[in-house]
Ligand binder design. Sequence first.
Ligand code: AQP
Length: 340
Amino acid sequence: MSETTFTPRVFSGIQPSGNLHLGNYLGALKRFVDTQNAGSAETVYCMVDLHAITVWQSPADLKRQTRELCAGFIAAGIDPTKSILINQSQVPEHAQLAWIFNCVARMGWMGRMTQWKDKAGKNAEAASLGLFAYPALMAADILIYHATHVPVGEDQKQHIELTRDIATKFNHDYEVDFFPITEPVIEGAATRVMSLRDGTKKMSKSDPSDASRINLTDDADTIAKKIRKAKTDPEALPSEAAGLENRPDARNLVNIYAGLSDQSVDQVLAEVGGMQFGTFKPMLAELAVSRLSPITTEMSRLMDDQSEIDRILAQGAERARAIASPILQKTYDIVGMVGA
Ligand code: AQP
């Protein structure tokens, strides 16, 4: 365990690998905004473009998606004067520290990552080396800022544990107390938003079915239609959370309602218990539209001035490098690189 006291600092990122969806919003973005506004820690938020290319991205789409993601961060409430807002590739220290971590992490650790197994599937031989090394780059994203806390969705818990293992091994091997043992922050009713078509599968950018997710770029009619068509069961809603057991689709819609309305599942069920989905779905659609539409409108306004987005990201990179560069230099020195 680390003895050093580290400045409270929060880091988290999202891949610009497709449309931002409701899972990213409730599991990550909305919580990034809350953390920024709480003001108890410095906040660094990142569009992880180097992670995105671990699977094929067309260059033009990647640029558009990165700017769109930046617009999404700002539209959702990230203030680039309060938080440091960056795209990963403009801060080369992330990739430089990742190389050091590639030499600390063990093949066996990486091979056990469920995201690697899910994404590489049966055809691991054809997957990119970057996809395999992804968690070491993620550890570098976090530790290049000595981040103490990382708000993420449930699916990223294993990667944060690996980040802790890398920090622990580095500190142990080099007999230093240099990297913090970062804490994951996985909180709220919607840390795992599921597909609207299958309540046992995570809502994801890469799901081939667009009806499985609500995109932050969807208009009000599309949102309402997707919720109307969301998979459910024939039972009425229960009055307590225990009644959602073995009802993944019902539980998913209640979790989404709770996440969007900042309530617990029990508070929601106290209000809607006994209701049929024919009544609940329009309520959920109305809530989703009222929460998401202002973000969608603001995102599209921000996308009209892409040079402003590029300016914000360049400024963010400058501020980020002021933190990251000394940490990288010190890491190089610890490892034994001449000139550091
Ligand atoms: N369904 C989800 N519920 C809650 N949180 C989620 N997150 C993603 N999906 C959900 C959280 O969003 C943050 C950024 O995720 P990411 O885009 O970097 O990667 P991901 O987790 O791989 O997201 P996707 O949509 O599933 O992308 P693809 O399909 O490209 O793999 C993370 O904090 C994540 O927990």
